[in-house]
Ligand binder design. Structure first.
Ligand code: FAD
Length: 456
């Protein structure tokens, strides 16, 4: 089955969001956890408490969120402890509908991340686990390698730092390339120097998510779709998750709700110090007749102060070449179009003290990204730094994804993965890129925590 954001499956065309659906509609059921659910909450608990017991599902562990992180966590728990009673709850009618199904599809090598950080460790471990998983289950991927290109003098020391960092992170066979050598790898690229990273690959993460979901079910776990978690309550022995349909009682819960992970965490940790700020990443696709301009993956040198990698060229495993994503503040957490606005969610982002500090610190970069979002000419100009031959007319709309980026109160865009344990709930509060690459490793880490807690 063809899967992923380029998949042409009529069943998926009516789904909310997706990158390549022109008819993406706003589903009011999904839209605003805070406003709608605050109103419904009291009534729901009252209603649920009068329902017969069949409306209450009894588990050892309940996981919120059927993205790749929640699925990988469920899979790792069931692999380590077959027979455990586990339910995963996803609010959409299919797994992988949000970040997991709307990303660049790159298997990251781990070159960028601070040595010793969770990102560095989980990326490299996750990389190995992912490739092994794909080999075991016949999931297509390609280790095609990528080029990181410095296009100005100021980027040269940053490129050197990246090279050192890659070596410190244990990446073998990285090659520093001069101007001419760059063209041997990517004939249409222009730059002063570059790093060739042989480990980087491409994959369809939605395909991985669907396989994980299938394996969870085969292992006796339950994947519930179309059910939205709206409240969580704990007592001395149990954690009870209320959905819009029933309750799920278990010994532990794991929150992998991606763009809503802070909202779910706040249900049991009201003083949570981070907020998810949604950043939309918009893509263009290269016209078929221009795909020859890109052999594999071409990236700029990233701004070390910014958590995003800069617009790049990516050959997709399903075919085609994408250019992007940029990073603009999304006016709605699951808002894939420029016109998608949720006033409550936008107001929350703007009112968060941490975001105000980020906006002040990065206003110049932010305006640049906004400008490129509205001006295709400006987007093209950014791409021309890497491939001067690219013209505006070579690019067609490629949809968008929305990143869940945690921002702390003090104004830090949280760089590392963040897993917070609070009572009977383990919250994965920051799982941005490369969390798809790292998913099986993050899942393994969380599974260890869950199993340790169940034994203790
Ligand atoms: C534009 C873009 C490009 C990226 N490129 C890459 C890349 O090339 N390589 C890489 O490794 N990573 C990449 N990433 C990052 C990667 O996609 C994410 O880190 C990863 O998918 C996070 O997975 P997740 O399961 O945490 O979140 P998600 O996939 O967003 O899943 C969270 C799930 O929780 C569900 N949910 C939320 N609230 C509730 C609720 N109340 N009740 C029930 N369910 C709920 C949602 O519906 C959703 O399905 C990219 C991300 C984006 C957006």
């Amino acid at each position: 089955m063809q899967a992923g954001k380029n998949r042409i499956n009529p069943d998926r065309q009516n789904l909310q969001n997706p990158r390549n659906s022109d008819i993406a509609q706003t589903d009011p059921e999904v839209a605003d956890l805070q406003v709608q659910d605050a109103l419904k909450l009291e009534a729901t608990w009252l209603f649920l408490s009068f329902r017969p017991n069949s409306a209450n599902v009894q588990n050892d562990v309940t996981i919120v969120g059927g993205g790749i992180v929640g699925l990988a966590t469920a899979y790792q728990i069931l692999s380590a402890k077959p027979g455990i009673k586990l339910t995963l709850i996803e609010k959409e009618n299919e797994v992988g509908r949000h970040q997991t199904g709307n990303n660049s599809g790159v298997i990251h090598s781990g070159i960028y991340y601070k040595p010793g950080s969770l990102k560095a460790r989980n990326c490299i471990d996750g990389y190995n686990r992912l490739l092994h998983f794909c080999d075991q289950h016949g999931i297509r991927y390609e280790r095609c390698g990528k080029l990181i290109v410095a296009t100005s003098e100021v980027e040269l020391p940053l490129l050197d730092n990246l090279f050192k960092r890659g070596n410190e992170n244990g990446l073998a066979n990285l090659r520093m390339l001069g101007k001419e050598e760059l063209r041997e790898v990517e004939p249409h690229v222009s730059g002063l120097a570059g790093i060739y990273v042989p480990q980087t690959g491409i994959i369809d993460y939605l395909e991985v998510a669907l396989k994980l979901s299938e394996l969870i079910r085969h292992a006796g776990g339950t994947v519930v779709l179309n059910e939205k978690v709206i409240d969580i309550q704990t007592d001395s022995t149990n954690v009870v998750l209320a959905t819009d349909k029933r309750t799920h009682t278990s010994k532990l819960a794991v929150n992998c709700a991606g763009l809503y992970s802070d909202k779910i965490a706040r249900l049991t940790t009201p003083a949570l110090d981070v907020k998810i700020i949604p950043f939309r990443g918009e893509y263009y696709k290269l016209r078929k007749e221009k795909e020859y301009l890109v052999k594999n993956l071409i990236y700029p040198v990233p701004d070390p102060n910014f958590p995003f990698l800069g617009v790049h060229f990516t050959r997709m495993i399903q075919g085609g070449v994408e250019a992007g994503p940029n990073a603009v503040l999304a006016f709605k957490r699951e808002g894939y179009r420029k016109t998608d606005i949720n006033v409550g969610e936008l107001a929350e982002s703007l009112a968060w003290p941490g975001f105000q500090k980020v906006a002040l610190k990065y206003w110049k970069t932010g305006f640049g990204e906004m400008y490129r979002s509205f001006s295709k000419a400006a987007f093209t100009k950014a791409l021309q730094k890497l491939i001067p031959e690219i013209q505006e007319s070579d690019l067609i709309d490629g949809g968008a994804g929305v990143r869940a980026q945690a921002c702390d109160r003090k104004g830090g865009l949280v760089d590392d993965f963040l897993i917070l344990e609070s009572g009977k709930v383990i919250n994965v509060c920051n799982a941005p890129s490369p969390a798809a690459t790292s998913s099986l490793s993050i899942g393994h880490t969380v599974a260890e925590k869950v199993l340790k807690r169940l034994v203790d």
